[in-house]
Design a protein around this ligand. Structure first.
Ligand code: EPU
Length: 432
């Protein structure tokens, strides 16, 4: 069992470099299956979700070579296997991208239903709607999703998404890349990682237009060749450290970011009394006065991201006054609230709405990282709390945050990693 032990109450000063975006990496790496040749991918975050998705590709027969800490070469030219093993796929939500990638490349795929963090129901009906519109037969039997393109190759199709889904938009884009003809995705999601995936595929020879708008057109091509691509900085990792400075106080340069991607987070923190100054590819974040209350509703990009909801909740717990937080994406993303209450927070949840009574000061206590972002929120609360906060189940945090302990100690936080070898890590269900 690995724990983080945080002694809170120390403001943060210095700079933090942001890593490559997790939710771009976990789509771009499976999309390398489409490429006939070597794909060099740079700015790859060193997180356990990436390790897992690379392991799945290797299991399928890909050659993966580490060039340096953040660069990998992936060669899927000799992959023939279209069956993804259950024991690997169930650990990661993003394994659903393997359906689109294998279908696109081989016209068939067998992938177990993806694992899932407990955020409420996590269906993939919109992904399947897209594959069906491209002529695939999709059914579930023997614990696997079986997808087969009629005639052995997907055909371009028209897909209207009933829900703005990041995963479905990206998966359909991947599947359509090697399809025969033009695919149009309407009501597409617009997150920065969707644009990043399109840029990656285009740099390898795909023909994708409109990514970043709600209509994406993909003209299928016969082949993608190799190339080099660098993943964008992680919007949510950056937002998490911005929230950490807001909660703990101090002044930190958040470096290697795309400020435009952070506007939704910047605007809310400014409303709360945090000073944020844009400096080229970095943001200066300063909080020296009190935190003010505000209301937040999570929405698809460019709205406030659901993956920042627990972290902003940590800040609202410390603010003056009552704030209303509304979750607009997931059915249940408030499982962490009991953990916050252990630290002295006052939160009432009714369905998708949380009413947070700011208490000004939290007090350290033992808490659990219920999932990736809830875990990051516990770290933020621990940094601000008076006394010692012990966080367990931190493997959730390490799925999505590269070197979080090193990055935070580098700006003055007091965090120790404590490993107790005699206890087994509990069932590592992953999401993301
Ligand atoms: N939905 C459906 N049917 C579908 C797909 C989605 O009903 O076929 C619903 C979902 O249940 C949800 C909403 O649509 O209510 C949005 O889901 P979306 O498909 O956008 O989410 P996702 O692709 O499963 C990705 C991220 C999540 C992030 C969401 C929303 C990855 C691997 N995961 O999930 O990231 O919360 O988009 O932005 O990219 C995280 O990083 O902590 C994380 C949970």
């Amino acid at each position: 069992m690995t724990k983080y032990v945080i002694t809170g109450g120390r403001p943060l000063y210095g700079s933090i470099d942001i890593s490559g975006a997790k939710n771009a990496a976990v789509a771009i790496i499976p999309a390398a299956l489409l490429v006939d040749g070597v794909c060099r991918i740079e700015n790859v975050p060193q997180i356990s979700d990436v390790t897992l998705i690379l392991t799945i590709l290797q299991d399928l027969g890909a050659e993966v070579r580490t060039v340096n800490r953040t660069t990998v070469d992936i060669d899927c030219s000799h992959v023939r296997n279209q069956v993804v093993p259950y024991h690997l796929a169930r650990k990661i939500r993003a394994s659903y991208y393997l359906i689109g990638a294998l279908l696109s490349r081989f016209g068939s795929a067998q992938v177990p239903p993806p694992g899932g963090c407990d955020l409420g129901g996590r269906p993939i009906d919109q992904h399947i709607k897209g594959f069906s519109a491209m002529g695939a037969e999709v059914d579930v039997r023997g614990g696997y999703i079986h997808a087969v393109a009629s005639g052995g190759r997907l055909k371009g199709g028209q897909v209207y998404l009933d829900i703005v889904s990041v995963g479905a938009t990206m998966n359909i884009m991947i599947a359509a890349t090697l399809a025969d003809g033009m695919t149009v995705i309407e009501n597409a999601a617009r997150e920065p990682h969707i644009v990043d995936l399109a840029n990656f595929l285009n740099s390898m020879g795909a023909d994708i237009r409109g990514a970043g708008t709600d209509v994406i057109k993909i003209r299928g091509v016969d082949r993608l060749g190799g190339g080099t691509y660098s993943i964008i900085p992680d919007q949510i990792e950056a937002g998490t450290y911005m929230a950490a400075v807001a909660a703990a106080g101090g002044e930190v340069h958040i470096r290697n970011v795309i400020p435009k991607h952070l506007e939704c987070i910047t605007a809310k923190l400014q409303e709360m009394g945090v000073t944020i100054l844009e400096e080229d590819e970095s943001l200066l974040v300063r909080r020296d006065g009190p935190l003010l209350r505000t209301n937040v509703k999570t929405m698809p990009y460019p709205g406030f991201p659901t993956d920042m909801q627990p972290q902003i909740a940590a800040c609202l717990c410390l603010a003056q006054g009552t704030s209303v937080l509304t979750e607009g994406i997931w059915d249940n993303r408030y499982r962490y609230v009991d953990e916050f209450r252990r630290l002295g927070a006052q939160i009432q949840v009714d369905g998708k709405v949380a009413v947070i009574e700011g208490v000004g000061q939290l007090t350290g206590a033992p808490v659990r990282a219920c999932d990736l972002r809830a875990g990051a929120a516990m770290v933020i609360a621990g940094l601000a709390a008076h006394g010692v906060t012990e966080i367990d189940s931190v493997y959730h945090i390490e799925r999505g945050y590269e070197d979080i302990v090193r990055k935070l100690t580098g700006v003055g936080a007091d965090i120790k990693v404590v490993v107790t070898p005699d206890e087994e890590e509990e069932g590592q269900s992953n999401v993301g």
